[in-house]
Write a new protein. Structure first.
Length: 404
């Protein structure tokens, strides 16, 4: 018996002997099996590589695998499409108001409701608006309404401001756009020889003696600017101390409430062909002057003259104006200017079939839209960037002042 036969005989003889430690033997057997499989796999891989290399070396050049970099027509997995970023729509420089407006729900619509409680019995935390109802003769028709941010309409019972008047005896209602403070906590009424300041959160009244026929009020940070034809006062909101300042109460633009105490005073005024934007220091000294231009407007559009209060919002300025349109010279409109350069960027064409001086600007909302009076429809909201125009309040005979 040779060595190979003896090894086979010994292997057969021990196959039926059970190990004394089955678990240990099982783990050892599994280890040997894994090692054997790895060895066999390695040998098979080596054979495949060698065989593949030999076949590739013997294959004719015409049958080489295609280069995907130069074969765009080969089927590949589709790429996932990425939706393009949606840019905000931009309106043309001039848009026309539609014949009919939609009226989405709005808190200011409560202004049409009568007052249900006097201010003295229930002061506001913040007022959204003041409203003076008028009769057909445009005279005060009942007390001033105070719309609070709680939706309740109150009557201003702690004071009844008199109509303003000029030296010639012409009268106007004491409620005007600009009399309500930007934070909605106070109101200020110009009167002949005095300024009336009302704390709407406490229902208290303070009277500050001044001189002259005073008609207009502008809230400017820590001051109230009040004036008429021949003078303008700057009144400290806390102390009531007053000093004259060299600005026009008619051309003065209401500052952006976010601009702070040291914001420049801005005036917009002049006549057709000579409209000017003027920046002044806090004391009234002229800092800069720019001619107002309308080169961005399509022909024949141009701004002829401004009226009503102008309002700043960042670097944009909105004010009502009479314009030249494609139909008429003297149409009603609203212009938005670049407050740095005086360039007219947007015009809302309100057409010809409206009351003269119908559409005074009431301010900006917190979304960058212009709020304006739209006789006889009430109050409207215009987004200059998108051109969208919607109604806010329907028929509302009277004068409205909004908080900033």
């Amino acid at each position: 018996m040779n060595e190979q036969e003896l090894r086979r005989l010994l292997t057969v003889s021990v196959e039926d002997v059970r190990p004394s430690h089955p678990a240990v033997a099982g783990w050892e057997r599994a280890r040997r099996t894994r090692r054997t499989r790895r060895a066999v796999g390695a040998v098979a891989l080596a054979v495949a590589l060698i065989g593949g290399g030999t076949v590739a070396a013997l294959r004719p050049p015409a049958e080489r695998p295609p280069d995907l970099s130069v074969a765009p027509d080969l089927p590949v997995a589709p790429e996932r499409s990425v939706a393009p970023t949606v840019e905000p729509s931009h309106a043309p420089p001039v848009v026309r108001a539609p014949a009919e407006l939609t009226f989405p729900p709005d808190p200011l619509a409560r202004l049409v409701d009568p007052a249900t409680v006097p201010l003295s019995a229930r002061p506001v935390q913040r007022a959204l608006a003041l409203f003076q109802p008028v009769d057909q003769e445009h005279r005060a028709n009942g007390p001033i309404r105070v719309l609070g941010d709680d939706g309740v309409v109150r009557s201003l019972d702690v004071v009844t401001p008199a109509p303003t008047r000029d030296e010639g005896g012409n009268e106007a209602l004491p409620v005007k756009p600009g009399v309500l403070s930007p934070d909605g906590r106070s109101a200020a009424f110009a009167q002949t020889d005095e300024l009336i300041m009302v704390d709407l959160t406490r229902a208290t009244v303070r009277r500050i003696p001044l001189q002259g026929y005073l008609e207009l009020v502008v809230w400017a940070s820590d001051r109230v600017l009040v004036g008429g034809d021949d003078r303008t006062y700057a009144v400290d909101r806390v102390t009531g101390a007053a000093s004259e300042v060299d600005v026009s109460a008619w051309d003065l633009v209401a500052p952006d409430p976010a601009a702070g105490r040291e914001a420049a005073l801005v005036e917009v005024g002049g006549e057709r062909g000579g409209l000017m934007l003027r920046s002044r220091t806090r004391e009234g000294t002229i800092r800069s002057e720019q001619r107002i231009t309308g080169s961005a407007l399509p022909s024949p559009y141009q701004v002829n003259e401004f009226y009503g209060r102008g309002w700043l919002h960042g670097e944009r300025l909105a004010r009502a104006a009479w314009i030249t349109s494609g139909e008429i010279d003297g149409a009603e409109g609203v212009a938005v200017l670049d407050a740095r350069t005086g360039a007219v960027a947007h015009v809302l064409d309100l057409g010809r079939d409206r009351w003269k001086g119908c559409c005074e600007v009431l301010g900006w909302d917190n979304e960058g839209a212009v709020l304006l009076r739209l006789q006889p429809a009430g109050v409207a909201r215009w987004h200059p960037e998108t051109g969208e125009i919607t109604g806010v309040v329907r028929e509302l005979p009277g004068v409205v002042a909004l908080a900033g």
